[in-house]
Each structure stands twice: as C-alpha cells, then as structure tokens.
Design a protein around this ligand. Structure first.
Ligand code: A3P
Length: 293
C-alpha cells in the first residue's frame, strides 16, 4: 500500500498540519526592517545548524540559555506569523523555508541561505516526516513512498528544486550569503568566519577572537547539538530518529535504489548550476547507478 504524508494546503502551498493558515498569510505580509537577518533553507538542509551558528556569533559563543528554545530566539516566520516576528529585538533574526519570491526581505537586509544535496536532503526529510507523527501522520511510511512525493515536489514547503534554484539565482548579490551543508561539514571554521564577516564587524567580529571562535565551533558541533534536542524541536514518539539525527554526507546510499538515484540525478542534472554545487556527490551517485545497472 502506498502511503503519503498529510499536509494542509495554504493557497496551493503544502504546509505541515498544525501550522496555522493565518500565520502563513500574515507572514507573507511581514514588513522587513533593514537590519533583518533571514536564515533561509529548504527543510533538512541545515537550517537549525545555521540558526545556532548565527545565535552563537551574535552572543560571543554563549549557547542558548538553559530551557530556551531556538524557535523563540529565531522564530520560523511562516509558522508563527508576522506579529511574533515584529516583537523580536533588533536586529531580528528570522528563519524561513519560503522560496525567494515569497520571502518578504528588505532590500538593505541580509539573507544567509543553506543548501544541501538533494539525495541527503530527501533522506533527512523522510525521517523528519516519519518522526513528526502529529504533523504528517506518516509513521508507517516507507522511503519508497516518500521518494515519489519528494521527486514530484509534493511535500511541505514545495519543490526542492524550485526553492534552491530560486535562491541560487541571487548568489553573489550584496546582502546575500549562500553556503552549502557540505561546505559547512568540510570547513566549519571557514563557514563560521564567513558568517561572522557577512554580519560585519559590529555583529560578527566575535569570530576573529580565537577563544570565542572555539566556543562557537564547540557549541555548534554535531555532538553538542545532539544533546538536549528539545532546544531545536518538539519531542517525537519513542523509536523515531532524533531531530539532529545523523549529520553525515552520503546517508542516501542506505536508502536509495539505483533506479531512484538515476531519476533524482536526472532531475538535478537538468539544472547544471545546481548540479555544479556538488560535483563529488554527482560523481558518486553516477557510480552507484552504474554499478547497480
Ligand atoms: P540528518 O537528518 O541527515 O542527520 P534542518 O535543520 O534544516 O531541519 O536540517 C536537519 C539536518 O541537519 C539533519 O540531517 C541534522 O542531523 C543536521 N544537523 C543539525 N545540526 C547539525 C550539526 N551541528 N552538524 C551536522 N549536521 C547537523
């Protein structure tokens, strides 16, 4: 039996169950401030990791206080709506999964966008969708079921390729920092320094203090973020994978069949600028497909 996750349609845009339609609508009308810092990503591409890095850079490497939740410090615009974001102290740091065209940025504001290869993103999104049972009712869903939805773009927050392409088109513009999850893994120091420099000396200068940089790296490591996970997300039923789950590049190998990998690779290769972000992943998938042929 094929299972599909449950979503709520907000003007044709799929959202998890429990995300109020009114919040989504009001989010689209948010009037951004010049000092705003958006942390944007397609789901499962490293959003929370980047939120935490930005928090740490702005707070001299001090982690979220005990009992605090990231969703209050850096709220998710289309989940909480415009009013909650307007109550934030400035500079406002705001999470979003919206594509570029729907994101209410300010021309003088800043955006940090994180992308991740679609193979690992799909796997991570599958476990996410399985695990948040009250949002998706997909606890028994298989990867095969989920893969078809992902490839068709019939998942919450829309199509992976539409989202990443919409932001990639703005790479290199002022006020815009585009990073990949894979780059953050390969060079965490470089990624944190890039964030600090992007935020400028007043907000991001902390990254040039060695002791603070060490604290930022320590508190944003996978090991540190794996502890006390209620900081990042609500609890999941027993037996479901944790929100900060595996944190690796290449877990797709444990889930994809060669024919599935071929189809997703064809889709990726159809946008060469996107495929060019992950030459090593593309080459590994090609080999995986050839070996399975
Ligand atoms: P996996 O499910 O592959 O482990 P998002 O925050 O956009 O939902 O992304 C979640 C993904 O980022 C999960 O991937 C999670 O484990 C990974 N992640 C979170 N914090 C991380 C960290 N400090 N280092 C590496 N990966 C991290």
């Amino acid at each position: 039996m094929t299972r599909t996750p449950s979503y709520i349609l907000h003007d044709g845009f799929r959202m998890p169950m429990g995300f109020p339609v009114e919040s989504f609508q009001s989010a689209l009308g948010y009037r951004a401030r010049p000092g705003d810092i958006f942390v944007s990503a397609y789901p499962k591409c490293g959003t929370t990791w980047m939120q935490n890095i930005v928090w740490l850079v702005l707070h001299r490497g001090d982690p979220l206080p005990a009992g605090a939740r990231m969703t209050e410090a850096i709220p998710h615009l289309e989940e909480v709506g415009r009013e909650a974001v307007e109550r934030l102290p400035e500079p406002r740091v705001i999470k979003t999964h919206l594509p570029f065209a729907l994101t209410p940025t300010h021309p003088e504001g800043r955006v940090i966008y994180v992308s991740r290869n679609p193979f690992d993103c799909a796997v991570s999104y599958y476990h996410h969708t399985r695990g948040f049972v009250h949002h998706y009712d997909f606890a028994e869903g298989t990867f095969d079921d989920y893969f078809e939805c992902f490839l068709a773009g019939e998942v919450d927050f829309g199509d992976y390729f539409d989202n990443v392409s919409s932001w990639l088109a703005h790479r290199g513009e002022p006020g815009f920092l585009f990073l990949t999850y894979e780059h953050m893994q390969a060079d965490p120091v470089g990624a944190v320094v890039a964030v600090g420099d992007f935020l400028g000396p007043e907000l991001g200068g902390t990254v040039h203090d060695e002791a603070i940089l060490d604290r930022i790296l320590e508190h944003s490591s996978f090991a540190a973020m794996s502890r006390d996970q209620l900081r990042w997300a609500s609890a999941r039923p027993a037996g479901m994978p944790a929100f900060v789950r595996k944190g690796t590049i290449g877990d797709w190998r444990n889930h994809f069949r060669p024919d599935q990998a071929r189809r997703l690779l064809d889709r990726l290769n159809a946008t060469p600028t996107l495929a060019g972000l992950w030459p090593e992943v593309v080459a590994t998938v090609e080999r995986f497909v050839d070996e399975g042929a």
